[in-house]
Design a protein around this ligand. Structure first.
Ligand SMILES: NC(=O)c1ccc[n+]([C@@H]2O[C@H](COP(=O)([O-])OP(=O)(O)OC[C@H]3O[C@@H](n4cnc5c(N)ncnc54)[C@H](OP(=O)(O)O)[C@@H]3O)[C@@H](O)[C@H]2O)c1
Length: 297
C-alpha cells in the first residue's frame, strides 16, 4: 500500500534502472511527475504510467517543486545541474534538488554550495536497495543538507523509502553511502569466491549456501540473491559497471580523506578486469561469472 503525503509536483532526471522504478512508485502514490532522460526511450514506461516527459532538465525544473536526480556519477549530476538546458537554468528560489546518484561526498558538498549560490537547496539523498524494492517504496534513504528543507519534504522521502536517516551536514549521506557500497562489493566477492571454491571441490553450491545460511555469517545476499547467482541468472538490477564506478569513487574518497582501504583497492582491480572482459552490463553479482571463467587460468 502507498504511504500518504500531500500532492506534490515532482521531477526525476535520470530514468535508468533506479530512476524508472522510483518514478513508477511516485506515480502510484498520486503525485504529479515530470521526467527527463538523456536517452528518451527510457522514459516510455513512465509516460505510460502518467508521467509528463520533457526534453531537458531545465523543463523538469520549470514544472517541479522538488527534483530527484538519479544519474550515473558526479559528472552527470553537474551536467544536468549546471550544463546546457539545466536545472539551475529553469530553477527558482526555494526549489529543492534531491540527489539520489551515488557520488563522492566531496563532489556532493561542492554541488550543494554551487546550487546554494543560485538560491536552490540541494539535499544528498543516496539510497540502498535497487529497482526491485524502489517499486514499492522500500528503499533505505540517507539524507544530508538543510534540516528544515528535509523536514518540509520528509513525507515524499518517506514515500520513496521505508527508512529515512537524516545525517546532518552536506556530504555525510554520500560518505555513508560509499561505506554501504563497499559492503556490497565485498559481499558479492566473498560469496562468489566461496561458491567457486565449493564448486572446485565438486560440492553443490546449494550445500555451501545452506550451511552458510545456518550461521551468524549469513546475509540478505546469501539468503536471496545467491540462489540466482548459482543458477547463472545475472539480469541487472544494479550493473557491475556501476558498482565498479562506485569502487572508483570509494578509492578516490579514501585518498581525499588521507586513508588506505587495501581491500577496496584490491576489489577495484578485480571488478575492473571483469568490466574489461565484457561483464560490465550484467548484474554486479555477475562477478561470480567472471571469477568462474577466470579461476582456472
Ligand atoms: N540500481 C541500483 O540498485 C542503485 C541503487 C542505489 C543507487 N544507485 C545509483 O543511482 C544512480 C543510477 O543508477 P542506475 O542503476 O539507475 O543506473 P543506470 O541504469 O546505468 O542509469 C544511469 C542513468 O544516468 C544517466 N546518465 C549517465 N551519464 C549521463 C550524463 N553524462 N548526462 C546525463 N545523464 C547521464 C543515464 O542516462 P542514459 O539513459 O541517457 O544513459 C541513466 O538515466 C547511480 O549513481 C547508481 O550508483 C543505483
Amino acid at each position: 500500500m502507498c504511504k500518504k503525503s500531500h500532492h506534490m509536483r515532482i521531477g526525476i532526471i535520470g530514468t535508468g534502472l533506479l530512476g524508472n522504478a522510483v518514478g513508477l512508485h511516485i506515480l502510484k502514490s498520486g503525485h504529479e511527475l515530470t521526467v527527463y532522460n538523456r536517452t528518451k526511450s527510457k522514459t516510455a514506461e513512465l509516460e505510460r504510467g502518467g508521467a509528463v516527459v520533457v526534453d531537458s532538465a531545465k523543463q523538469v525544473a520549470e514544472k517541479s517543486e522538488i527534483i530527484f536526480v538519479v544519474v550515473k556519477n558526479a559528472d552527470a549530476v553537474r551536467k544536468v545541474a549546471f550544463g546546457e538546458s539545466c536545472i539551475s537554468c529553469g530553477g527558482r528560489d526555494g526549489m529543492v534538488v534531491a540527489d539520489m546518484s551515488t557520488i563522492n561526498p566531496i563532489d556532493s558538498k561542492e554541488i550543494a554550495s554551487e546550487f546554494q549560490k543560485k538560491g536552490i537547496t540541494y539535499l544528498g539523498t543516496p539510497v540502498m536497495g535497487g529497482p526491485n524494492v524502489a517499486i514499492t517504496g522500500q528503499l533505505v534513504m540517507m539524507v544530508d543538507g538543510d534540516r528544515g528543507t528535509y523536514e518540509r519534504y520528509r513525507s515524499i522521502f518517506e514515500t520513496v523509502a521505508s527508512k529515512v536517516f537524516y545525517l546532518g551536514e552536506s556530504g555525510t549521506a554520500h560518505a555513508i553511502k560509499l561505506a554501504m557500497n563497499l559492503q556490497i562489493a565485498m559481499l558479492a566477492l566473498a560469496l562468489s569466491e566461496g561458491i567457486t571454491l565449493a564448486r572446485s571441490a565438486s560440492i553443490d553450491p546449494k550445500t555451501f549456501l545452506e550451511i552458510l545460511n545456518s550461521t551468524y555469517f549469513k546475509t540478505g545476499m546469501s539468503e536471496t540473491k545467491a540462489y540466482k547467482m548459482i543458477d547463472g541468472s545475472f539480469e541487472p538490477t544494479f550493473t557491475l559497471r556501476n558498482l565498479k564506478k562506485d569502487l572508483d569513487t570509494i578509492n578516490e574518497a579514501a585518498k581525499a580523506f588521507g586513508i588506505k582501504l587495501p581491500m577496496s583497492t584490491k576489489a577495484n582491480e578485480v571488478y575492473q578486469k571483469a568490466v574489461d572482459e565484457g561483464f560490465g552490463d550484467i548484474d554486479y553479482t555477475g562477478i561470480l561469472k567472471y571469477l568462474m571463467e577466470s579461476a582456472r587460468e
